[in-house]
Design a protein around this ligand. Structure first.
Ligand code: PEP
Ligand code: MG
Length: 543
């Protein structure tokens, strides 16, 4: 029995088997071989299987997403036949006398690096494809031989850290909790865990991953940030009891469903939920959130080969709006870049991505991408109570430009005889110090502000939100931060706009009273935290 400690970022107790979801750990082994012919044969058979798979995927994609989008799979098929690629794999097997998986993996990486250094943006984007094709060949070789990578039911996902796109592909129905050796409180693993209401501990250190393996039994205590590897029977029993108590408390919270978010002296506040996909709607409704305060639409763009079409986006927004049946739904436009990367955007490599071409900056420099999303949003607006929110605003001119693009889109829809609502509220995220400081100038142009405390904290305190070693410097109660929030709140109210908080600080119940005193109108939190924030609000007396 070994103990590890990190930071609990989502309360709860989980007991279950380890699933290591770590690419660094899941590397392909280099194995010396005697029978070169056998390895060449395995390579050929795997390619054949990969060809069959790709041709099925291509046919399916043709029907589902049309010829242009399906084209990528025929490019993958062509890569399978590429002479240089094949020669490299064969050469590595023959000269180094190594297993075929290793030869394919090395070749894939070499080609990806070559593509990454090309000037042409289209060719640079092919690095993801060549990696994808290589992984497909490798997995065709391992089929039936090893089950590595497949996830059992009821597992605790342990990783170095999970990227936003890795979280997208995770089979969430099988997960009981999360542990990461790195990561920070505002990292996407932490946000995902809170969205799923699963116990999670981050920053447990590298030693942890070195000491566990798939199938090990562990306990995760998301309250104390404690992990126990291979616990003894007594400890298991104690934690099972703790888990029971915890579930009972969560059960009691459910009594708050249907109750108002009102303080003892009658101040009301809206409690909305943050989501990353339409799949989270069930949790939003189950936890009785009054609306959606942040739909991170960029998750629609992750873990795919190409941009989501206008129609595809429209369907998702429409589903969310219809499911919320007239309650407010704040959809944030694409916030890609920094920690949320999609290779097909072909973004230049940046020294400081968090300060780089991200979010609204991409949208304003590539209006064709932005306008597609705006069209989808306005088309969906007739199906519910939509508010559109723009991230990473720093300048007034950005808002002016956004308005002119919105007008263009509405005009085009009108000319095409397509309906849209005239009552769509427009707001921005206050997540840069600049936007907070000029909030008095911005507010008259807008219906609302939503304060993104995750980024506002990182930019105000100069603390990279991805860097776990900065936790002690990253004081989320810092006076500078609270002053900026208060100033933005006052600016909004002086100009008839409403103001919410949608960063993780919104669920910090030690600040709820202060936020209510400031006059914050809305707190948007993970669906699983709605009821505990409601409980807090109902216990407060301001006067
Ligand atoms: C924020 O920055 O507070 C926020 C809500 O946006 P994200 O966490 O997606 O950057
Ligand atoms: Mg942000």
């Amino acid at each position: 029995m070994t103990n590890f400690y990190g930071k609990g970022v989502c309360g709860g107790i989980a007991l279950g088997k380890v699933y290591v979801a770590d690419r660094e750990r899941r590397h392909i082994r280099r194995i010396g071989i005697k029978d070169v012919k056998e390895q060449l044969g395995r390579f050929e058979t795997a390619k054949e299987k990969a060809r069959e798979q790709l041709s099925h995927i291509y046919e399916k994609a043709l029907i589902e997403v049309g010829e242009t989008n399906a084209e990528i799979f025929s490019i993958h098929m062509m890569m399978l036949e590429d002479e240089d690629y094949n020669e490299s794999v064969i050469n590595i097997i023959e000269t180094q006398k190594v297993n075929a998986e290793y030869a394919v993996d090395v070749t894939g990486e070499n080609f990806a690096r070559m593509f990454a250094n090309m000037d042409d943006a289209y060719m640079r984007a092919r690095q993801a494809d060549v990696r994808d094709v290589s992984q497909r060949i490798v997995s065709c070789m391992s089929e039936g031989e090893e089950k590595e990578g497949e996830m059992d039911d009821n597992v605790i996902v342990c990783a170095h850290d999970l990227s936003p796109s890795e979280t997208v592909v995770l089979d969430k129905s099988k997960v009981l909790g999360f542990v990461t050796s790195h990561g920070s409180s505002n990292s996407h693993t932490a946000i995902l865990a809170r969205n799923m209401a699963l116990p999670a501990v981050i920053g447990v250190g590298d030693k942890f991953l070195e000491s566990i393996d798939d199938g090990d039994f562990i306990i995760v205590d998301g309250y104390d940030g404690r992990i126990i590897v291979n616990p003894d029977g007594e400890t298991i029993e104690a934690y099972k009891k703790k888990r029971q108590k915890d579930l009972h408390k969560k059960e009691l919270l459910k009594n708050l469903k249907g109750k108002e978010n009102v303080t003892l002296d009658g101040r009301k506040i809206n409690i909305y939920a943050n989501i990353g996909s339409a799949e989270n709607i069930g949790d939003v409704l189950y936890n009785d959130a009054g609306g959606i305060g942040l739909f991170r639409s960029e998750f629609l763009y992750l873990e795919r080969e190409d941009f989501p079409s206008e129609q595809e986006q429209f369907e998702v927004y429409k589903t969310v709006l219809e499911s919320m049946a007239g309650k407010k739904v704040v959809i944030r436009t694409l916030d890609i870049g920094a920690d949320k990367q999609a290779e097909y955007f072909c973004l230049e490599k940046e020294e400081n991505p968090a300060l780089g071409l991200r979010a609204i900056r991409i949208c304003l420099t590539r209006p064709e991408i932005f306008k597609t999303q705006l069209r989808a949003l306005y088309r969906a607006s007739v199906y519910g109570n939509l508010a559109i929110m723009f991230p990473m605003i720093v300048n007034v001119w950005e808002i002016e430009k956004i308005f002119s693009l919105c007008e263009e889109v509405k005009k085009e829809l009108c000319e095409g005889g397509i309906r849209y609502s005239e009552n769509v509220e427009i707001g921005i995220m206050i997540e840069t110090p600049a936007s907070a400081i000029i909030s008095d100038i911005l507010a008259p142009r807008l219906d609302f502000f939503s304060i993104g405390t995750n980024d506002l904290t990182q930019y105000t305190l100069a603390c990279d939100r991805q860097n776990p070693s900065l936790e002690q410097f990253c004081d989320t109660h810092h006076t500078a931060l609270l002053r900026l929030i208060k100033y933005a709140c006052d600016s909004a109210h002086k100009n008839g706009a409403w103001v919410g908080i949608c960063g993780e600080l919104a669920s910090d119940t030690s600040l709820t009273e202060e936020f209510i005193k400031m006059g914050i109108d809305e707190l948007s939190v993970s669906p699983s935290q709605v009821l505990s924030v409601r409980e807090k609000v109902r216990s407060i007396r301001i006067e």
